[in-house]
Each structure stands twice: as C-alpha cells, then as structure tokens.
Ligand binder design. Structure first.
Ligand SMILES: NC(=O)C1=CN([C@@H]2O[C@H](COP(=O)(O)OP(=O)(O)OC[C@H]3O[C@@H](n4cnc5c(N)ncnc54)[C@H](O)[C@@H]3O)[C@@H](O)[C@H]2O)[C@@H](O)CC1
Ligand SMILES: [K+]
Length: 550
C-alpha cells in the first residue's frame, strides 16, 4: 500500500490532529509555511487542472455576466462567467487558510470579497488579513448584499478543528442566511459548525457542497448526522510524515476508514490452487418463512457471491422448492414449520458443529425463537441479523452473548441496535462511540448499518465504510449483506485451519464485505440510477466490484 493509500485509511480526532501537528512544528516546520503549503493545495484543488470550479461552473453557466476577460493562465480551466468568490474567514487558522486562498484567487483575477465578523484574530491570521486588505480586497463585518450579490462560489473558512462551543449570533444567523442562497460552498477542513469528532451540529453549520479535509480525515466527517452538511468530501494531502501519525495513533489506528485498498487487500478471499469445497467454508443459512420467502433467496444470493465452498440453507419445508429453483448449487434443508409458516425447529440430525459459520435471521419472523436459541448455544461463529437480533434482544443481549465461546457478529440498523442495547446512548448520534461501546459490552463484532456503516471489535477497533449510496436504503439489501458476510466468515473460519480467526482479522473481513456491498450499490446506481438498485439487482453487481481486475 502506498503512502497516500495508508493516509486515506486514517481518521483523527481534533486532539490527535493537534498532537500530530505539534510534532511537525516541534520538528522545525514553520507554522506559516505549513499554512501556505496547505492553502496552496486548496487553491490548486479549486482552480487547478480538473479542479472543482470547472465542475461547479457548469451549474452556473445559465447566469451570464459581463465581466472583463480574465487573462490568467489558470483561468482556462473554467467558464468565463465564473468570477465572484465570497470567502468566510474565522478567527483561527481555518480563517488563515481561507485568507491565503482569498489572496491567491485575487491574484488569479477573481473578484473576491471577505466576510469576517471577528474583531480579534490569531496572529498569523491577522497578518494575512492585513495583507489582503492592503491588496484592496474588501472586508465585510456583516453579510452584505454587495458581498453575496452575483456571487458564484463561497469558500468557508470560519472554523475548522478548533471549534469548541456552539455558534451563536450574529455568526449563526449569517451561516443560516448563506445556506439559503443555494450557491456552491467549499468548506475548508470541515463545514463550520460540525464537531470534529462526533459530527454534531454545534448550533448551526454550513451546508457545504464540497469539503476539502486537510491532511487526515476528521472523524466527524464519517458520522451519519454530519453528512447532509459535508457534501462531497475529499482529502487534501499535505505530506504529514507517517512516523508522526504512528507516534500519535500507533501503527494501527483504532478507527480506520475502509478504503478500496484496504478491502481489496482481503477480497476476494484467496483460494489455494489445491483445495476442495469444504476447505473453502461451509455456511449454514437459517432464514425465511412462508411470509418472507424472498428474504431467504436474497440472503442466499449474497452468500453465493462470497464464493463460499458449500452453502446449506435451512428454511420452512413449504418454501424449499422455491429455494431449490433459485439456488441449484445449495443444499436446501426443509424444516418443520409453525402454523404461521416460520421454522419451528431444525431437522433432527443436523449437526451445527459441522459448519464453519451460521448466519441466521433474515425473514425468520419472531416465531422462530427456538432456532435462534439453538444457534446461540452452539460453538460456531454466528452472524445474527433482522429477527435473529430481535429474538436475541428479547433474551437479553449481553447476558446471552457472555455465555458464547465462539465469535458472534451482530448487524443491526439503528432500530435493532436500540432494542439490543437499550441502555446505550442513541446510535443515531455519536455512532462511532455507540458501536464501540456495544462491541465492548457484548464481546461481539457489531456492524451498525447506516449511510456510513461502522464495524467495531471488542478491543475498541472501529472500521468505517466511507462511501455508500442511499440507493441501498431498500427492502432486502440487508439480507444480501447477511449472506455475503456469512459466506466470508465461513470461508475465513475454514481457512484458519482450526487455529481460529481473531476478532480483529474477522472484523477486517466483515468490514471489507460491508465495503463490497456498498460498492455494489454504488456501481448499480451508476449504471441503473438509484431507482434501479433493488436487492436482487444488487446481488448481480457484487461480482463485478471485485472482478474488475483493478
Ligand atoms: N492541523 C494542521 O496541521 C493544520 C491546520 N490548519 C488549519 O487550522 C485549523 C485549526 O486552526 P485553529 O486551531 O486555529 O482553530 P479554528 O480556526 O478552527 O478556530 C479556532 C478559533 O475559533 C474560536 N472559536 C471556537 N469556537 C467558536 C465559536 N463557537 N464561536 C466563535 N469563535 C469560536 C476560537 O476561540 C479560536 O480563536 C484547521 O482546521 C485547518 O484549517 C492549516 O492551516 C495548516 C495545517
Ligand atoms: K471550515
């Protein structure tokens, strides 16, 4: 993995960023030089070749303006109508970055105006402000019509990781006013108002169309509640030495982004040249009911894509023919069923210990309680989803799981999470913390579904899938994930040759599987629009994600 790929996996809190930055300064890098370097990279990303302005320009082409021609060589990159930039400047170094950007855009021929309502600025920021004023760039203390009239782009440098309390008036009102303009907004480091670690909106926040995160990914940008403010986020690298990152975060950071490089280091799981089907994992799926027969099919199709060596599927007897017709390669076990059409108990003679993993839950209904109890009492790696989780919650999650010897993987959405862990803080808030706490308490690997799915291990590691699509918010896509993960877990358990997979390496595989599922959704949405990503279609896009040979 190259340096940039390693950097993309790292996430930091505000304090960790300060500590890393502190090491760089202590080693001799002048603060002003670093600010200049960072802001130069931001300017390049905005107006350089292939920069954001070219992309944004297309959306404002409809507003013709009569500005004199701009002769700057960089200007070839964007449409002539794109001229007026408003820059929001805060009191700290986020504001300092913004002022350097303002100066450079001014030199490139943009009409720049600055909103800076703060009487007192940090010293370096103040120096940049003084120079910008000397160049004739106008400063406004209030959101003035002159500032915003005909403005094409807003650059937000009010607050970065130094935001430490709720934003109050007049800045809060100014932010709300700016948000209503529906102009493109590029936020420097974070959208001002977003808490660097938790993603909480402190009072109010800029709704950015783009966020250029500086140096290392801030954790708050990966929290679901921040996403509507973050827009498209990307990292601006400024050559932070890996040694400084490792000195603060350790060799393996506790909270990692699941990047393509990370996932493809695991996927597809390797198959030795000489092997046989049972060596490649035997997964038992327990799923479906007369009412939710489709859920069983989708789970099984997810498992199929994992490449698992053998797939056995326990379903109620009455839907066995349906499963056989969809999955000719699988061994379908028809089980006795309740009056409501749920599995009442597993067939006599099924030896749970002969499987490498069990995935249980999709479409079961709560009437399948005895089966869920049975698998929880087994000594086999177990993935629980949907009604499997609801049944576990009824039994008492933590006491029940504390008795298990083998690894358990729970894959709740926020509603199921609440039922499983009623005493934990709301997982719609600080999700990273919630999932970490849940894993610690239950000793299970917990995968909390969401726009940014997060996976935690009992020792405190968290993996966050940083890209997904709302197209996956659709019935059945969770079933596909359960099958896919079940297959991966079975294969890795089989390949560990009885030595047992460690929770961390299993969590890495689960995280890679969650990335895979999200990427299949993204690919399907690209080709078929977000409307075209039904769960069955999703299963057809799994193989292309890892099969592209990239
Ligand atoms: N970490 C790094 O390596 C680098 C950081 N840089 C920039 O520096 C930023 C961090 O700079 P700072 O630590 O100066 O912090 P900020 O610029 O984020 O803001 C801190 C300032 O805002 C004030 N403040 C905080 N919350 C407030 C509120 N609710 N209402 C009003 N005022 C409030 C503080 O008193 C302080 O003056 C980063 O986000 C980034 O943009 C870059 O310049 C260079 C490299
Ligand atoms: K900002």
């Amino acid at each position: 993995m190259n340096r940039l790929e390693q950097i993309q996996q790292v996430t930091v809190t505000a304090q960790q960023m300060r500590d890393i930055e502190g090491r760089i300064f202590a080693a001799g890098m002048p603060v002003a030089a670093l600010m200049e370097k960072v802001a130069g990279a931001i300017v390049d990303r905005i107006i350089g070749d292939g920069g954001l302005v070219k992309h944004l320009g297309a959306s404002i082409l409809a507003t013709p303006k009569n500005y004199p021609p701009n002769t700057s060589p960089l200007y070839k990159n964007f449409p002539p109508q794109f001229r007026k930039v408003t820059i929001l400047v805060g009191p700290g170094h986020n504001g300092g970055d913004a002022l350097v950007v303002a100066r450079e855009l001014h030199f490139q021929g943009f009409i720049v105006g600055i909103y800076c309502p703060f009487p007192k600025l940090k010293e370096l920021t103040s120096q940049h402000a003084q120079y910008a004023k000397s160049l004739g760039i106008p400063f406004y203390e209030q959101i003035d019509n002159n500032l915003l009239k005909d403005c094409d782009l807003i650059i937000d440098g009010l607050f970065g990781f130094g935001l430490e309390r709720e934003i109050s008036d007049p800045i809060a009102s100014a932010i709300n006013q700016i948000n209503q303009l529906a102009k493109p907004i590029i936020s420097i480091d974070l959208p001002s108002g977003i808490h660097t670690d938790t993603g909480e909106v402190l009072g109010t926040a800029i709704r950015a169309t783009h966020t250029l995160c500086l140096g290392l990914w801030k954790q708050g940008l990966l929290q679901d509640r921040a996403l509507e403010y973050v827009g498209k986020a990307e990292l601006i690298d400024f050559d932070i030495p890996l040694a400084d990152i490792a000195a603060i975060l350790g060799e393996t950071p506790q909270i990692q982004r699941v990047t393509k490089a990370f996932a493809l280091a695991h996927l597809p799981l390797t198959r030795p040249p000489v092997t046989h089907k049972y060596k490649m994992g035997h997964l038992l799926l327990i799923c479906g009911s007369r009412r939710y027969a489709g859920g069983a099919i989708l789970t099984a199709l997810g498992a199929r894509a994992s490449g698992v060596g053998m797939l056995s599927i326990a379903v109620p007897e009455s839907i066995k023919p349906l499963l056989v017709s969809h999955l000719p390669e699988a061994l379908i076990i028809g089980c006795p069923e309740t009056e409501s059409g749920a599995i009442s108990h597993l067939l006599e003679g099924i030896d749970l210990e002969s499987y490498n993993a069990i995935a249980c839950g999709p479409g079961l209904t709560k009437d399948a309680t005895s089966v869920a109890k049975l698998v929880l009492d087994s000594d086999i790696p177990l993935l629980l989803d949907a009604d499997g989780l609801n049944i576990l919650a009824q039994m008492g999650t933590i006491p029940k799981l504390s008795k298990r010897q083998a690894l358990t993987i729970l894959t709740p959405h926020t509603g199921e999470f609440k039922r499983l862990f009623p005493d934990l803080p709301d997982s719609t808030q600080d999700r990273v913390n919630a999932v970490r706490e849940a894993s610690r308490l239950s000793s299970a690997i917990v995968l909390l579904k969401g726009a940014r799915t997060a996976i935690a291990t009992p020792d405190g590691s968290v993996f966050i899938v940083p890209e997904s699509t709302p197209a996956l918010a659709r019935g059945g896509s969770g079933d596909v994930l359960t099958g896919l993960l079940g297959g991966l877990v079975a294969q890795s358990s089989a390949c560990s040759c009885g030595t047992g997979v460690s929770p961390v390496s299993l969590a890495e595989i689960v995280a890679a599987g969650a990335w895979w599922h999200a990427q299949a959704g993204i690919l399907a949405a690209q080709e078929r629009t977000e409307l075209g990503v039904d769960a069955f279609t999703l299963t057809q896009y799994l193989i292309p994600v890892v099969g592209s040979g990239e």
